[in-house]
Design a protein around this ligand. Sequence first.
Ligand SMILES: [Zn+2]
Length: 397
Amino acid sequence: MSRINFYDDLRQEIKQTAADNPYYKNICAEANYDFDTQLDETNLEEVPYVNWAAFKESNQLFDKLLRIPFEELSHWTISSSTSGDPSIVGRAPEDVKVFQENYKRLFEQFSYMSTIQKLVLFSPSVGFMNRMPGTWMGKRGFLFYRDITDIWNLDTTFLLFLNVRKLVFHLLTHFKFKTFIEVDGKALLKALKDIEKRQIPALVGNSAPLMFKTFNDCKQAGQTYSMPETFRVQTGGGGWSGVKGRVKTDPIDKAVFIESLSELFNINSSNFADCFGATESPTAFGGHWSKTYGDFLLHVEKEHAQIILRSIDTFERIRDVKEPGVLEIITPYGVKSYTGLAVLLDDIVEVVDFNRCPDCGRENVIIFRHLDKLTPQSGKGCSSYTRLFPFAEKKKE
Ligand SMILES: [Zn+2]
């Protein structure tokens, strides 16, 4: 796929999306967009974009962002929500396939997915996520994260579970529904000891705050591991600010995270990878740790997607490196069923290099760092979660 095709495909997809979807057509009209515009890296800011907030359930627009009748959707893909107001994105089977391929590619590039034999995830099982309730307009919705977890398809220890006994007790005492999610400390120890003993390629992944707190508690309890060189840590979905989904902890210094987990597992900082993705876009970006920058450097492969940054105040395009701006993701791939070809997110990032990674030397990539979220995060609902940190509890007992 050459870059010439990317811009041709993008031009076609803008035209088609406007033809399929009145909401997007209107955005194009308001922007006086000329559908015959020859696009390239220099004028991507002209592409009419959808604000991420349009996908929020509370705005009741999510079905108006579809390009196909909702009956033809595979399912709604739902973001994990801090505020109780998730994004709802309708996707046809072919679009589900595209974003799954995108995530596979980044996990392969940054975490050697195909070599991994054991997965330890700070997440509920796929079976549990399949049983989570959620129907919109009579169509099932599933966490976007479920479809990403599903691509791994190997021996996995899922560490989050629902404590049904507590749930029933709470129902009886409070007459309302609250969930009790716990980290399975026993399963974690068992999985880690097994990986250490067998020295197999393994990956522990998901939410940085949950991992950080749990593994720090392990360290303080005197645990250390001598993991194989093929042991990797994959973070994703942000959470460095200390809020992820409904879990609230203190903000996490990424460098301290790397140092702390490196010590616990006796691994190098090169064994850590991060990824950035959003439910509203089919693309995802992988990143490796950079000692020089003291941060993860995220890579945008230009043949699959482009990003631009916009000024927080004026929404004008930012063209300089090291200048923070709001992230907009642009791609014509994986958006056949909804208006997702250009989405302005609520993430503040800065570009490190527009063409090449200064650390690993990869070419034809935009390198960026994730700095912050624009939307204040409340971590609302965290009080309904107990025993998320089993080792911390054990110490207190
Ligand atoms: Zn790199």
